[in-house]
Design a protein around this ligand. Structure first.
Ligand code: FES
Length: 113
């Protein structure tokens, strides 16, 4: 006789499956971190204890500049003031203002002072 019920399958629906995080790999060190859609790459890195250089956090100083080696980024607030369209098209990025739209491989560059 089958008297019991199995585990409550409905309790597994609590995970927010739609809230995907993208993976970002940082060169040259090779560290990786998850980047939620609602965080800049810099904020996601810091939340994961991957320390990227920064200063203004608003796209004006270039302290966070780096290169996108693979993948796509977006600037929800528009192209930051401190990077030209030509630089952006060549792969340079300001990670304080950039959001990942795919898994990424990025390279950290020495900031220009
Ligand atoms: S921290 Fe200043 S431009 Fe990114």
């Amino acid at each position: 006789m089958y008297a019991g019920s199995t585990a409550n399958a409905a309790s597994q629906a609590a995970e927010p499956i739609g809230a995907s995080s993208l993976q970002v790999r940082v060169l040259p060190a090779g560290e990786s971190f998850s980047c939620p859609a609602d965080k800049s790459i810099l904020d996601a890195a810091h939340a994961a204890n991957v320390l990227l250089a920064y200063s203004c956090r608003s796209g004006q100083c270039r302290s966070c500049i780096g290169r996108v080696i693979d993948g796509k980024i977006d600037y929800p607030g528009g192209l930051p003031q401190a990077i030209s369209r030509e630089e952006s098209e060549s792969g340079l990025a300001l990670f304080c203002s950039a959001f990942a739209v795919s898994d990424l491989t990025i390279e950290i560059l020495k900031p220009e002072f």
